[in-house]
Each structure stands twice: as C-alpha cells, then as structure tokens.
Design a binder for this molecule. Structure first.
Ligand code: SAH
Ligand code: SF4
Length: 364
C-alpha cells in the first residue's frame, strides 16, 4: 500500500486505518501527521483550546489494573480537595481566560460525593455569570446522577471506553460487575440521554492490543457519534498489576515507550482523518513519554489541551502513571509552557472560548 496514495482518500476501511495506525517509518508518519493537520485546519482551524484540569480527589472504589490510584494501591496517599480550593482554581481558570474547566476524580457513587460534586458545579457556574464551560470526568454513574450533574451546570462529560474490544478490556480490569465493559458502554448512552456532549477515548499501546483493535476504536467513536475524544498512550505505573507485568516482560524500555508514543500520535492522526470535525485532546500522557509530546500531538491533529490546575500539594498524589509532567511547576508556568507548545505547532490559543466541537455545533 502506498501511504501517499492512501492519504489522498476521504474515507478509509478499518483495514486501511489499521495500516495507517501501524506506520513506523519516519517519513510515512510525517506524511500521516501532515495530512491530519490539514484536516484539522480545514474543519477546526489552527486553534487549540484550554480546559483547566482540576484533579480534585484520588479516592476511588475501582481497581483498574493499570491505574496508580486504584483502590488496591495502598501506597497512594488519598486526598479530596476542599470546596474553596476547587472554586479558587476555577476562578483562576476564568481570570486567565481558559474558557473551560474539567473536573476529574476517582470514581465514587455515594450520595455525599454526588451532592458534593453537584454543589461544586452550581458554584462554578456562578463564576463569570456562567461563562465558564464545565467538563466532568468522574466515572460511571446512574442516569439519574448524570441528570443531576447536567442540571447543576456541567455540559460535557468524558468517559473513556479504554478499549472497544471487550476481551482486551477484561484483561486490564478485574473480573467483576464493578468493571463491566457493557456498563461502560451503557453509561455513554445514559450521558447522551441526559443531554451531555459526550467524550470518550482509549489508551493505546496496551499489552495485547493490535493496530486493528485501535482502528476498530475509531469506528466505535464514529458509530457512537461522539463530540470529543480524549486518548493517550498507556504509561506504566509500577505499583499496579499491569505495570508490574509490563516491567517483568521487559516492555518498559525507552524503545518501547517511544513505540507507545508514536502509536499515540498515529492514533490522533488517524482519528482526525476519519472523524474530521470532533475535538481531540492532546493528553498529558503524551508529555509523560517525551517533553515534546504535546506539541507533536497538536501537529498530528489534536486541538484540546488540559493544563493542570490541581494544587501543588495534591498534584503528586493524583498519579495515574509515572513521569507525570510539570509536578513542580505553578499554574502560571504550566500555562506558559502550553502556550509555547501551541505556538511551536503553529496554532493559536482560543482564549476565553468554550471551544465546543464543530461536530457538536452542527448537530444543534
Ligand atoms: N475515574 C475516572 C476518571 C479518572 S481516570 C474514570 O476512570 O473514568 C481518567 C483516565 O486516566 C482513565 O480513563 C484512563 O484512560 C487514564 N489512565 C489511568 N491510568 C493510566 C495509565 N497508567 N496510563 C495512561 N492513562 C491512564
Ligand atoms: Fe479509578 Fe478511574 Fe483509575 Fe479506574 S481509571 S482506578 S476508575 S481513577
């Protein structure tokens, strides 16, 4: 298959997408990123939007085998940010014209947690007279809870399917009803019914995952008609069962990390080519694998960045994976670094804008 020929097409079969995702030759990858960037330019413009990320608690009832804040990791020091601190960070985001914030945490389904989040949403909504967009990322909940969150003012929700392959999903999660692939899919539909702009995504570079699995993930996004996608490479955390397995197999070398980074970039590019007008986040995990990871993610077709706003005291405790970047930096330094990444990629930050995806706006 000739890469350049393939990149001239407007639509691709699942096999063709898998071929593009699996590219390893540097010139081929460059051609792929260039084509994807041209699609971003055409459908989104050369803009990147900021969503200030507030990781407000690492308390979690689940035990995903890859995640550093899983319940079973006794070494994780648990925290939940105070309401005032969260509001302070949201105000900071507004004052620095971030346009939107994302509230993320471990999963909890108890009523005190739900009403805490609900109250927060109402308070954040008051900042700037409701002008701050709010994305929520607090895992699987009942439809009623999702409705409460929507009523309280969140309008976007991010819930990664992690992989669209149920068999692969079962190898990276415990085998019990709390970790059911089908429930996760059901939740995506519940969110849609509750009125949210729905975002999902996956991790790339998981042990046992193939390029065809990843191509099918893109088809999954398309069939679900999602508005935004947040995906990134899997990054090892050594105090997790999956992290230990990957290290034992010698799969956490620099070379393997480089492969996972390239796969992450190829996945952004192939998704941009196939889905065209959706929002695609360039996640921190890319940066964890290489200092220029974020800039490359923008060049490969991503258009959303999530600068971390979590207070320094807690940042180190919200450790989903190792090498989380910018641990010592202040919010302002992080903002400046991200602006520099955007400029190096040749884009402009859409300050003060919600940055909803053209895909979503088109449906309204
Ligand atoms: N508890 C919520 C939100 C926080 S976790 C939830 O699970 O939906 C947010 C995302 O972090 C997860 O969806 C997962 O894709 C990602 N993540 C967790 N551990 C990771 C790791 N080791 N490497 C890369 N991404 C990881
Ligand atoms: Fe909890 Fe989310 Fe980590 Fe799973 S991925 S253990 S639900 S924080």
């Amino acid at each position: 298959m000739k890469v350049n020929q393939l990149l001239k097409q407007e639509n691709w079969s699942v096999e063709e997408l898998a071929y593009l995702i699996g590219l390893t030759d540097e010139a081929d990858c460059e051609a792929l990123y260039k084509a994807a960037y041209a699609v971003k330019e055409r459908y989104i413009g050369r803009y990147a939007y900021f969503r200030g990320l507030i990781e407000f608690s690492n308390v979690c009832i689940k035990d995903c085998l890859y995640c550093g804040i899983r319940k079973g990791n006794e070494k994780a020091e648990r925290f939940c940010m105070e309401r005032e601190d969260i509001l302070h960070m949201a105000q900071w985001a507004y004052d620095h014209r971030y346009g939107s914030v994302t509230l993320q945490s471990g999963e909890r389904t108890d009523e005190p947690f739900i009403s805490f989040v609900e109250g927060l949403l109402r308070d954040i909504k008051k900042i700037g007279d409701g002008s701050l967009g709010i994305t929520l990322c607090v895992g699987e909940q009942t439809e009623e809870t999702y409705r409460r969150f929507f009523e309280a003012g969140a309008h976007r929700y991010l819930l990664r399917i992690e992989t669209s392959n149920p068999t692969l999903y079962s190898t990276i999660h415990p085998q019990n009803s709390l970790h059911s692939w089908q429930t996760r899919v059901d939740c995506l539909y519940r969110l849609r019914r509750a009125g949210f702009q729905v975002g999902t995504g996956i991790m790339s570079g998981l042990p046992g995952q193939t390029a065809l699995d990843l191509a099918k993930d893109i088809i999954f996004f398309r069939d679900l008609d999602v508005d935004m996608i947040g995906m990134g490479p899997y990054v090892v955390h050594h105090d997790t069962p999956l992290g230990k397995l990957v290290e034992e197999k010698g799969l956490n070398t620099k070379e393997e990390q480089w492969k996972r980074l390239r796969l992450g970039l190829n996945m952004i590019a192939a998704t941009r080519l196939a889905l065209k007008d959706v929002n695609i986040a360039v996640t921190t995990a890319l940066q964890a694998l290489h200092p220029r990871g974020r800039e490359w993610g923008l060049r490969a077709g991503g258009n959303i960045l999530m600068p971390i706003l979590t207070v320094p005291e807690h940042k180190k405790k919200y450790l989903l994976y190792q090498n989380k970047p910018s641990m010592e930096s202040t919010e302002m330094e992080i903002r400046d670094m991200l602006v520099a990444d955007v400029e190096r990629a040749g884009d402009t930050v859409g300050f003060g804008k919600w940055g909803d995806s053209p895909h979503f706006s088109r449906q309204k």
